[in-house]
Design a protein around this ligand. Structure first.
Ligand code: PLP
Ligand code: COI
Length: 363
């Protein structure tokens, strides 16, 4: 067994003054404000994981031939630390992120970071930058990521990597509070094919989705919903969120984990919480035509997107080059609101949830 890595703590000598920090945390745009520190751990073929440190958040110096700049060997995670009413900070199901990070690493031929080390790295950063965690409805968004650093232009798994964690205080992902989002259904672009990297959280998946996202913005939409790449018929997920349909009988439908969609931790949690609340949940394929006809007939009561950054947000309208349709009455759906409130209460320690979901950080 590898001995436990000890973190070197090298504090930022010029941390942001409290007043400037607090001002930057007032209604921050998602992903634009960063804390004072970062965690870095190195990996090489010879040494394995080594040199774990918490340091000031500074730019990396990267060789122009660094592997990640050419072939995109990069993976990441997204998770949040929440401040409870008693001031305590908690992570939500962090070992699930650690496991998904390992799966992404395996798919991209990158080294596996032990789960405990992943969680400890995140805890270290949250603990040191704890004053950056907003009070109230905001949270501290954490971005663990890993990239290939070998200086070499051959196509092969790199022999050296950097793992890093950075953090941002965030409010809602979509501006405008609980307003339902408008979603663009891309008829041209797809996100992931069978056998591809759709189930991994790698940067390339998001780069490939940008053209569709720009198309969405040009058409006044907030996000893109992707259909499957083979039949262009089955609803898969959004660029950065999973999707649920709430039928008028109260049952929920969500696309199955086919290997082409990201296994969301919010998705898994919503399935459990919906069942706990007495809803039937089916993980089954749902076609875009069915969606349109159920929305028109009223068999579909609500649809929502879910993810760490977005939480749960209702979908109000679908637009596509060939037409579109509306869902619900322009407000957050009742079932969506109830599931969102329950999840939020667990994440903030206001209600107990299933064992291990709320992971308190020792400060
Ligand atoms: N699907 C994609 C493509 C995502 O990027 C995300 C966000 O991480 C999700 C789904 C939701 O996953 P999670 O609930 O774990 O944040
Ligand atoms: C997350 O929810 O953490 C993501 O990575 C998705 C992105 C839309 C920010």
């Amino acid at each position: 067994m590898t001995p436990k890595l000890k973190f070197t703590i090298d504090l930022n000598a010029h941390p942001t003054p409290a007043e400037a920090r607090d001002a930057s945390m007032q209604d921050p745009a998602f992903g634009r404000v960063f804390t004072d520190h970062m965690v870095v751990i190195k990996w090489t073929d010879e040494l394995g994981w080594h040199d774990a440190r918490v340091t000031a958040r500074v730019p990396f110096s990267i060789d122009p031939a660094c592997a990640v700049l050419h072939y995109g060997q990069e993976i990441f995670e997204g998770m949040k630390a929440y401040r409870g009413e008693d001031g305590a900070l908690s992570l939500f199901r962090p070992f699930e992120n650690a496991r998904r990070f390992q799966h992404s690493a395996e798919r991209l031929m990158m080294p596996s970071l032990p789960e405990d080390l992943f969680v400890e790295a995140v805890e270290q950063l949250v603990s040191i930058d704890r004053d950056w965690t907003p009070v109230g409805s905001g949270s501290l968004y954490l971005r663990p990521f890993m990239f290939a650093t070998e200086v070499f232009l051959g196509i092969k798994p790199a022999s050296a990597y950097t793992f890093c964690v950075i953090a941002c205080p965030v409010g809602p992902y979509f501006k405008g509070g609980d307003r339902p989002v408008t979603v663009w259904m891309s008829e041209h672009y797809t996100r992931a094919a069978i056998g591809g990297t759709g189930a991994a959280k790698c940067g390339g998946n998001y780069a490939g989705g940008l053209a569709a996202q720009v198309e969405a913005s040009r058409n006044g939409c907030d996000q893109v919903v992707f259909l499957d790449a083979s039949e262009r018929k089955w609803v898969e997920e959004l660029g950065g969120m999973n999707i649920f349909f709430v039928m008028k009988d109260g049952s929920l439908v969500t696309p199955p984990l086919s290997g082409t969609i990201l296994p969301g931790i919010t998705r898994a949690s919503v399935i459990e919480l919906a069942r706990e609340a007495g809803h039937t949940v089916r993980e089954e394929r749902y076609s875009i035509d069915q969606w349109a006809s159920d929305a028109k007939s009223g068999d579909l009561a609500e649809a929502f997107v879910c993810g760490t950054a977005a939480t749960l947000v209702s979908i109000g309208e679908i637009r596509a080059a060939s037409g579109g349709f509306v869902i619900g009455a322009g407000a957050i759906g009742q079932t969506t609101a109830a599931l969102k409130a329950r999840l939020n209460a667990i994440q903030r320690g206001q209600q107990p949830g299933p064992a291990g979901w709320s992971h308190r950080i020792a400060l």
